[in-house]
Design a protein around this ligand. Structure first.
Ligand SMILES: Nc1ncnc2c1ncn2[C@@H]1O[C@H](COP(=O)(O)OP(=O)(O)OP(=O)(O)O)[C@@H](O)[C@H]1O
Ligand SMILES: [Mg+2]
Length: 233
């Protein structure tokens, strides 16, 4: 059994009278420790699928498994525990608490979970050891995204899910964030999933899931992914 399994997963939103299929019969696997890029145009269903995988949204039908557990059968309480303990989320616009320092933002996450990593350790791992006492407003966009990644990693999650993590950053900063995510995966064996519309990012992935109009168009497994530092787009 794969670490992550999506089997015939659909998500139908009811827009008044009209049903909208954001995701339709999606099936794919992800193996433990992989760096996965999910790529597709705007509206393809990327965020919808990531939110279902992260327990922020529920599937209308189909099966979602993580590490042998049937996430798609979870009730509300189980989903809360799942989001809290098993999932680290990184968003395009960081979503940091503005009146807490970098360290406090990270500690906030580690306080709610079972087996957290020390805040100073993860801040050092993302290259921000010396900015721990700064507030988000005193940090650049790239630094704020590093704090957000540290916050997600401090939870010691089974899965790190990133929705357009470089979307608000310039070229070089975006590349540095991709490198950090790839290094995290390579050095700690953590399973990392990055959603993007930028097809250049596929070169650095172990596995690429192409989505189009709510469906999986293709899955590629890449035996020799490029290093993020030599990536160009
Ligand atoms: N809560 C919702 N209610 C109704 N329709 C929705 C909802 N969320 C998403 N959709 C629709 O589902 C489709 C897929 O949306 P989704 O946000 O998953 O796309 P995306 O691939 O993440 O796009 P983008 O690259 O622009 O972020 C779109 O047509 C969208 O309008
Ligand atoms: Mg999206």
């Amino acid at each position: 059994m794969a670490f992550v399994e999506f089997r015939d997963v659909s998500k139908i939103y009811q827009m008044g009278e009209v049903p909208v299929a954001a995701v339709r019969d999606m099936s794919f696997d992800i193996e433990r420790g992989e760096f996965v890029v999910i790529v597709g145009p705007s509206g393809a269903g990327k965020t919808t699928l990531l939110n279902m995988l992260g327990g922020m949204d529920t599937a209308t039908s189909g099966t979602i498994m993580l590490d042998g557990d049937r996430v798609s059968a979870y009730n509300k309480k189980q989903l809360t525990r799942y989001r809290r303990y098993d999932i680290g989320f990184v968003f395009q616009f960081y979503n940091l608490v503005q009146n807490l320092t970098a360290r406090e933002n990270v500690e906030l996450a580690s306080q709610i979970c079972r087996d957290p990593l020390p805040a100073d350790e993860v801040l050092a791992a993302v290259g921000l050891a010396d900015r721990a006492r700064n507030f988000p407003g005193q940090l650049s966009g790239g630094e704020q995204q590093r704090v957000a990644i540290a916050r997600a990693l401090a939870k010691n999650p089974k899965l790190l899910l990133c929705d357009e993590p470089t979307g608000a950053l310039d070229y070089e900063t975006g590349k540095a964030i991709l490198k950090l995510l790839q290094d995290t995966c390579r050095q700690t064996g953590r399973t990392v999933v990055v959603v993007t519309h930028n097809s250049a990012f596929t070169a650095i992935a172990n596995r690429v899931i192409h989505v189009r109009e709510g469906s999986v168009a293709a899955v590629e497994v890449n035996p020799a992914p490029q290093s993020a530092e030599v990536l160009e787009w």
